[in-house]
Design a binder for this molecule. Structure first.
Ligand code: ADE
Length: 243
């Protein structure tokens, strides 16, 4: 999968992209990431990328020319791929959107900065707008990394595990079951016996029930959207009855 990222802060990307799973995915050719500095496409000696807002008010606005120039120079005048602006005004990113976008072979990400971007970028350049949550950051760089990270986990083979991200929280519409590792006892707190039993069918059932119980306790809203078997519904009802 290829990403072209357009940003005014290219230096924030390498430390994260050169670590852990993303680094491995890049080394193995699963992920091809190109970071472009929007400032390189700004005109004049001062390479100005922002300006005051028409109509007055505080803050600066990202100028349209450097952003259009950057995107069109790298991708051509009609890129024909999803061009996503990271902005708090976008649709709120979740695992469903991650799954949808991970099917694309090539995405472009535009990171906004300052108070916002000139509206013509939104109207005539980008094809989608994504927010990573209802709060405001100082720019779209962290959201772009969040998106790249979540999509990379969904690429076949990126996790180096045949089950990949299938068990991740949210992947099945439920929160993930609890994990334990060695030692079996730590400060008197023991790993549940079932996990040491070697009975894989029982372990799978325990994990599913833990997922259901956790989701009911922490994110009951998620249970309304997920498909459950009759016995899973009864399990939930039993838990609700006991509460
Ligand atoms: N830029 C600033 N805040 C943002 C957010 N919450 N999501 C995406 N881009 C942003």
């Amino acid at each position: 999968m290829r990403f072209d990222v357009f940003t005014l802060l290219p230096e924030v990307f390498p430390p994260y992209l050169d670590s852990s799973i993303l680094q491995r995915a890049r080394q193995r050719g699963l992920l091809d990431i190109h970071i472009h500095n929007i400032r390189d496409y700004a005109a004049g000696r001062h390479k100005v990328t922002d300006d005051v807002p028409y109509g007055g008010g505080g803050g600066m606005v990202m100028k349209p020319e450097p952003v259009f120039n950057a995107v069109e120079s790298v991708l051509g005048p009609r890129p024909g791929i999803p061009l996503i602006l990271l902005t708090p005004q976008g649709r709120v990113f979740d695992q469903r959107i991650a799954a949808e976008l991970s099917k694309q072979p090539h995405l472009a990400l535009v990171c906004g900065r300052y108070e916002g971007v000139d509206e013509r970028i939104r109207q005539y350049l980008v094809t989608d707008e994504i927010s990573i949550g209802d709060y405001v950051l100082t720019g779209g760089e962290l959201p772009a990394l969040v998106l790249i990270d979540a999509l990379t986990r969904l690429l076949p083979d990126a996790l180096g595990d045949p089950d990949g991200a299938a068990d991740d929280s949210h992947a099945s519409g439920l929160l993930e079951y609890p994990h334990f590792t060695r030692p079996p006892e730590f400060r008197g707190w023991c790993v549940p016996d079932i996990l040491l039993s070697g009975d894989h069918a029982k372990i799978a059932q325990w994990r599913r029930e833990q997922s259901l119980a956790r989701t009911l306790q922490k994110r009951p809203d998620m249970l309304e959207k997920v498909e459950l078997s009759g016995s899973e519904r009864s399990f939930i009802e039993k838990l609700q009855g006991a509460a």
